[in-house]
Design a protein around this ligand. Structure first.
Ligand code: MG
Length: 383
């Protein structure tokens, strides 16, 4: 069980909920990092008293340092600061709750120190799954998923002694706010439409990914890497109620599922307490009042991002990094209202067409694929 954490991405949705869970569990917080929210990070530092606080820019860090002059906290900035937080000797677990590729190098630094990774940054595995899981194996670092679907699968795999007994893992997907609509009907959906998720309250990037179903595509790859499954042993099923968080089908036909209310604090708590479970103040699931549970197949024509991600999963190599880089850039443009919802998938497809995939990539190849993919998408903004 975790005693002390470094929390990367403390001011986002997962970060704030992680601090709530730490408070309940009595887990010490040794380092906090955020992108640019000086006000909230200052409040968090005053409350949790970490030894290190990190912001992305030098200017923001200087401002934070000025405000925290009365406390014995070191303030750092940039990727180097995040790496320092991840490698901090005082924390045994690193919660990676940053959004996007930015989490990769700090995650590798934490793995190098043999720490437990409570992984809430799926982009890391999508871009560099082989690299990250190989490093974790070599250093004996545990990767415990925080993503609700992967936490569910991880829970259903407890007690499984032979992965060969698993026929497939089944990821559930809420379908997002545009479930049931055709590609034409979603083409002109706005930022506000996309940010209206039916079941979960999350940050803007992942909420847009839920609307395109790219999130499920990224989770498809995340599942392959986390559970060492080839793509043909990962399935996706639409489940609108988000009560069944995912399932594992064993070779004798037994299907195990994890159910619960849609509350991210459950997978966060489990990632910190595993292999144990701790008391939670959250409302338990009431089977007698929860809505009927329904399941159906995803519409890959209406949601081409999911299809592209599944294809990239089969291709392997740098395909995931290209897909993810293009998607991060396209979602940023969509959130800035510079492109339409219907532009996201074609921009990702354009990047995948233009950049050749490299197999068995080194870290530099992955960073290069990511950079090229973003460049192609950003060109659209400028011209
Ligand atoms: Mg998820």
């Amino acid at each position: 069980m975790t005693r002390a954490i470094s929390l990367l991405g403390s001011t986002g949705s997962i970060g704030r909920q992680t601090l709530e869970v730490c408070e309940q569990l009595g887990v010490k917080v040794e380092a906090l990092t955020a992108k640019s929210s000086v006000d909230l990070l200052e409040q968090q530092v005053r409350k949790f008293r970490p030894r290190l606080a990190v912001l992305q820019s030098l200017e923001a860090a200087a401002e934070l340092k000025r405000r925290l002059a009365d406390l014995p906290v070191r303030v750092a900035y940039g990727v180097e600061g995040m790496i320092e937080a991840a490698a901090l000797p005082e924390s045994d677990t690193v919660v990676t709750a940053v959004v996007g590729m930015a989490g990769l190098r700090p995650t590798l630094a934490a793995i190098d120190r043999g720490k437990r990774i409570a992984l809430a940054n799926k982009e890391t595995l999508v871009c560099a799954g082989e690299l990250v899981t190989a490093a974790a194996r070599e250093r004996g670092a545990e990767i415990v998923p925080v993503d609700s679907e992967h936490s569910a699968i991880f829970q259903c795999l407890q007690g499984c002694r032979d992965r060969g007994e698993v026929r497939r893992v089944i990821l559930t997907c809420s379908g997002g706010p545009f479930f049931g609509l055709s590609r034409e009907e979603t083409a002109h959906k706005t930022r506000a439409d996309a940010l209206r998720h039916p079941n979960w309250t999350m940050g803007p990037k992942i909420t847009v990914d839920c609307a395109t179903l790219m999130n499920k595509g990224l989770e498809f790859m995340e599942a392959m890497h986390l559970f060492h499954m080839p793509p043909e042993r990962v399935s996706v099923v639409i489940h609108r109620q988000s009560v069944v968080h995912s399932l594992v089908e064993y070779r004798d036909g037994a299907v195990l599922a994890q159910l619960g209310t849609p509350d991210m604090r459950l997978p966060i708590r489990y990632a910190l307490t595993w292999p144990h479970r701790a008391e939670s103040p959250a409302e338990p699931l009431d089977l007698l009042t929860c809505p009927p549970l329904t399941f159906c197949a995803p519409d890959l024509e209406a949601f081409p991002c999911l299809k592209m991600a599944m294809d990239c999963a089969r291709t392997g190599g740098t395909a995931g990094a290209i897909l993810n880089g293009a998607n991060e850039a396209a979602v940023e443009l969509f959130l800035g209202e510079q492109i339409a919802f219907g532009d996201i998938a074609p921009l990702v497809a354009e990047a995948l067409d233009a950049i050749s995939v490299k197999s068995n990539p080194a870290l530099e190849d992955i960073l290069e694929a990511d950079r090229k993919a973003r460049e192609i998408v950003y060109r659209r903004r400028n011209g």
